[in-house]
Ligand binder design. Sequence first.
Ligand SMILES: [Zn+2]
Length: 241
Amino acid sequence: MLKKLENTWLADFFSLIFPNYCLGCEAPLTKGEKQLCTRCLYDLPQTNYHLHKDNVLSQRFWGRVPIEYAFAYLKFSKGGKVQKILHELKYDHNQTIGEMVGNWYGQLLIDAALAKLDGKQEQIFDLILPVPLHKAKLRSRGYNQSDCFARGLSAITDIPWYANVLRRNKATKTQTKKGRIDRWKNVDNIFEVLRPELVKGQHVLLVDDVVTTGATLEACANSLLKVGTAKVSVATIAVAL
Ligand SMILES: [Zn+2]
């Protein structure tokens, strides 16, 4: 007991000398706040797509691949807080922010009855699969940013997640200068399902950091459906509108 008190006291003491700062506004974080201050967390530009099945992200997949639900937590805008969060996660080795975003979004999914905490009740999604990085990219970054988001979602919702079910066989080149058809060709058949027995007959929640054209998620979903996955839904941290 005494040790615990000491630890709390020490933690408070150190946070006075070396405070953590909010990623959004750089204000010192207070006790209980992680990564973002309460105000920045409250001000995040949420899409609320999880409350509307036929949202604009779902519509992006219509006529391309059957996606059961398509969600994105936040709206991406250049120079905004969401860009800062994604930059921290991808380029500043801040894996914790990815997990926190997963926690926050997982709680919203639970509140909307799209995920459940009690293991005895039926979950809508059977498992979470992050979109994998190509092994060369994984080596250079050291981690897959989508794994962080998956880990955070899973911790809150109790839906299991797996890092090694999907494999990315080709590194995708930058897609910005290509037309829609070329972009599609560029990602077609690049994903392989390494453990089809895990996804057969299941409802998979495929997760990624950001969705733009949806071509990557489409290719991933197609690989899953080809090996007998019952349903595929997608959830991303952010959507570029
Ligand atoms: Zn802040």
